[in-house]
Design a binder for this molecule. Sequence first.
Ligand SMILES: Cc1cc2nc3c(=O)[nH]c(=O)nc-3n(C[C@H](O)[C@H](O)[C@H](O)COP(=O)(O)O)c2cc1C
Length: 323
Amino acid sequence: MESNYQPHIYFAPLQESTDFVYRRAHAKHFGSIDKYFSPYLLVQKDGSLKKSHLRDTLPENCQGYTLVPQIMAGNSADFIFLANHLAALGYEEINWNLGCPYPMVTGKGMGSGLLPQPEKIREILEAALPRIKSRLSVKLRAGMVSGEEIFEVMPVLNDFPLTEVIIHPRIAKQLYNGTPDRELFEKALGLSKNPVVYNGDIFTSEDFEMIQKQFQSINTWMIGRGLLKNPFLAAELKGVQLPGKEERVVMLEQFHEEIYSNYATLLSGQSHLITRMIKFWEYFCFLFPNPHKAFKRIKKSVNQTKYEIAVRDNFLQLRNEEE
Ligand SMILES: Cc1cc2nc3c(=O)[nH]c(=O)nc-3n(C[C@H](O)[C@H](O)[C@H](O)COP(=O)(O)O)c2cc1C
């Protein structure tokens, strides 16, 4: 890859993983992310917002990095309500979720459930855009049941001034199985009048180089699980010189410690805390010499003392690993 190539890297929204505690710690210890996206905010049946959603986008909890909050809405009223709530907090850009594949969401005509209904998408954008103050980007899958759906959706999106169209070229039915359809992405890219961002299965520099070679006109890449597994990945892709092994281990320890102590303050009871940290280690374990073993050690912890011993053991293994 050319050494002067400077990609923009976005941290994807991942429900239960990239909350404000995680994002703040990542930005502080690793950085190199141009925009973080929050997991989606949703209007509840009674018209209110969940406390955890409110907390996750409260500006005082999101200092030190650029955040684009994501909304989930299947009608213009919810869309406008969420957009205005976020604009009042000072957010100048928001993102609309047209990708969530889970039946709980799609069944209510939201997330990728809207992809088979391009005219509904148009209706919502026509009604909402004149009434909101923020800029809007859209994050979508290729379709709900068929990859053909995106080809009906792109012309609709072209009629609106979106900051970005972020495409994860899988269909909802696939969830995270199989591979992203890069041929389909290429066709969708050719159809878009709005700037396009690629998303899907960038886990290593090698993945990135291969995909970047195929899509040379793309300059912005959204990464989710790859960054959870390797928080240094964005810096690596930007050609930032990483520190040596010992210093990297210290950075990872400090990152973990900050997340752990923040959740310890925030969550009530050891079991909530440990459940939350197990979720963290589901991805974090991949930095360790034997990820499966490292994760198993953590999963077995029944209390904080056991958890802390498991963490110490894992870091010891990492220090002792041959380079
Ligand atoms: C556990 C999990 C939670 C997710 N939550 C969201 C979400 O709230 N909003 C969203 O747009 N995408 C969500 N996604 C999708 C990711 O943002 C991303 O599009 C997907 O993981 C593909 O990118 P990756 O291969 O780089 O991880 C989620 C994915 C996972 C695995």
